[in-house]
Design a protein around this ligand. Structure first.
Ligand code: PHB
Length: 554
């Protein structure tokens, strides 16, 4: 680790610090600690800011897309993950090692994680989670105290006396661990026990967390060294006393964990050097909006300051002030003040002219947002679409040869079909299903159609395979499916795909209406463009959310 200047907690802000940026970050932190949402009045209480300030800050964060305002409720929104993504891409570890972590979790059928040091604490940067009823599991970005974890004992083997002192100070200031919202409350172990564990970790090259966090939870960890010989991150396998004893976990899994760490170390050695500084012009979306569109309450210095964090994405390297200014399109003076503020708050570490993001950036929303699902991403977009076109909209996924509704925004119009989340229909007779069938590779579609029984369900159901295949070919070229009275008399619907980062249609969205409410031409002219816009908004959030996490589709 290069030497870095870091600010002591509570130190007075430098004169150049940007106050609105500090307030915006305080709001994002409180929302994160509250698991993603709070009312405006709870935010006012939690931050100690005046209500008018909370209003301005949340309005600005809403304009940048980082939070959503719904009446008096404020919640974190997936675009905020671009801040954490910038950090995760700048350290390169999840990109270089994540697939090995996932493969190891599959091989062992246990949860496996990567953690990095964050001051005297540890923060997770990758999680391959096996969800089990018995134990809690941590999320990317969760912070845990070093003394209660296996990775912490390994990182502490490299601590200098000042770092031990900082750790003792933190223990004295926060003996109950209240600063760790994801830590279950338990009595603290004695300090000398941690020091003994660190000595053992130094001697053995591995560390064990034997129920330090909660009863039953076991974690075994080994270091992954960087090419310079420091600890780049720690690889842990997490299990439960119902499956392994502490001794059994060590005996059976330590060799495999060490082999995996050795492969990871080779990957870090063989990785190409970090790319050049990001190209200029990667401007935040809000910068394209006019002052009038952004509105009077928009606090530009807050939005600009957060843009500075995104400048680090993809660089893989430290950035100078000039590189940050170039990447964000900000003046040097604005970029400098934002960097000074972020350094003061501990989100940027400075080494000479070099600036790097710190793991604390993940505390800006990542843990709750890393568990978001596609239906939750889609819901507000479906509701907005239903509000604009006054017809019901839905999101569905393919399950065998059916479509299953996983999110829905219904209007009050009376429809014959009674659809709720969870409803399934035969894919071949619905627009949602046709879009998904059309995206299947021939090797998947062929057998599925071989087994599907194409029954007539309504006046116009396509029941001949050749007709259906021709319809699917049209969907492929036109990019939408329109199905008219094939599922139910009087029901027309139009659907488009929702594609993941690789371009695969993982879901589809539709608008369903009574056939008499619009002509087919009106449907194509009025509804299709709106549907495509909505799919684009959902995809954009999905792609941000799925960059370093698995986003469940149901
Ligand atoms: C985890 O990955 O959830 C984990 C890792 C190490 C610990 C505890 C939990 O010591």
């Amino acid at each position: 680790m290069p030497p870095t200047r870091t600010t002591q907690p509570g130190a007075q802000a430098p004169a150049e610090a940007v106050a609105p940026l500090m307030r915006g970050i305080a709001v994002l932190r409180r929302l994160t600690d509250a698991d993603g949402s709070l009312s405006l009045s709870d935010l006012e209480r939690a931050t100690g800011l005046a209500r008018s300030t909370v209003d301005r800050v949340t309005l600005t964060l809403a304009r940048t897309g980082y939070v959503r305002l719904d009446g008096k409720a404020v919640s974190l929104a997936p675009p905020l993950m671009e801040l954490g993504n910038a950090y995760l891409s700048s350290i390169r570890l999840p990109g270089l090692l994540g697939d090995r972590v996932d493969a190891l979790a599959d091989e062992l059928d246990e949860s496996v994680s990567l953690a990095v040091p964050d001051g005297g604490d540890i923060r997770f940067v990758h999680q391959a989670t096996r969800r089990r009823a018995m134990s809690l599991s941590f999320r990317i970005g969760d912070l845990l105290p070093a003394e209660r974890t296996a990775p912490g004992a390994l990182f502490a083997t490299c601590w200098e006396p000042e770092e031990w002192q900082a750790w003792r100070d933190r223990r004295a200031l926060d003996p109950k661990g209240a600063g760790f919202p994801s830590l279950p409350p338990r009595p603290c172990p004695a300090d000398d026990l941690f020091e003994d564990r660190v000595d053992a970790a130094r001697a053995e090259g591995w560390a064990l967390d034997d129920q330090l966090i909660e009863p039953g939870l076991l974690a075994l960890a080994v270091p992954v060294h960087d090419p310079a010989g420091g600890i780049a991150c720690v690889l842990s396998v997490v299990s439960h006393t119902s499956r392994h004893s502490a001794q059994g976990l060590r005996d059976s899994l330590l060799p495999r964990l060490r082999d995996a760490a050795a492969v990871m170390e080779r990957r870090l050695r063989d990785a190409p050097p970090p790319g050049p500084a990001p190209a200029p012009g990667a401007l935040a979306s809000w910068t394209a909006a006019s002052k009038q569109e952004l509105g009077r309450g928009f606090v530009e210095s807050l939005a600009r300051g957060l843009t500075v964090i995104t400048a680090f994405g993809d660089s893989g390297a430290a950035l100078t002030l000039s590189a940050v200014a170039r990447a964000t399109g900000l003046s040097r003076a604005s970029a400098r003040r934002a960097l000074i503020t972020l350094e003061h708050l501990g989100y940027v570490a400075v080494d000479g002219r070099d600036h790097r993001l710190t793991p604390r950036v993940l505390a800006l929303g990542y843990p709750p947002l890393s568990r978001i699902t596609l239906p939750r991403i889609a819901q507000p977009h479906l509701a907005a679409l239903a509000g604009r076109i006054h017809d019901s909209t839905s999101l569905a996924v393919l399950v065998d040869d059916s479509v299953q509704y996983v999110a829905r925004a219904a209007t009050h119009r009376i429809m014959n079909v009674n659809i709720t989340v969870g409803t399934r229909f035969p894919a071949y007779a619905t627009s949602l299903g046709r879009v998904l069938l059309a995206d299947l590779p021939a090797s998947g579609l062929g057998p599925l159609l071989d087994h599907a029984e194409l029954r007539p369900l309504a006046p116009h159901t396509l029941t001949r395979r050749a007709e259906l295949e021709a319809a699917l070919e049209r969907v492929r070229t036109e990019g939408y499916a329109l199905v008219d009275e094939e599922l139910e008399a009087g029901l027309r619907s139009i659907a488009v795909p929702v594609r993941d980062r690789a371009g695969t249609a993982v879901a589809s969205i539709n608008v369903a209406m009574h056939s008499s409410s619009r002509t087919i031409d009106a449907c194509l002219e009025q509804v299709l463009p709106e549907l495509r816009l909505t799919a684009g908004s959902i995809e954009s959030e999905l792609h941000t959310a799925a960059r370093f996490t698995d986003v469940a589709v149901v």
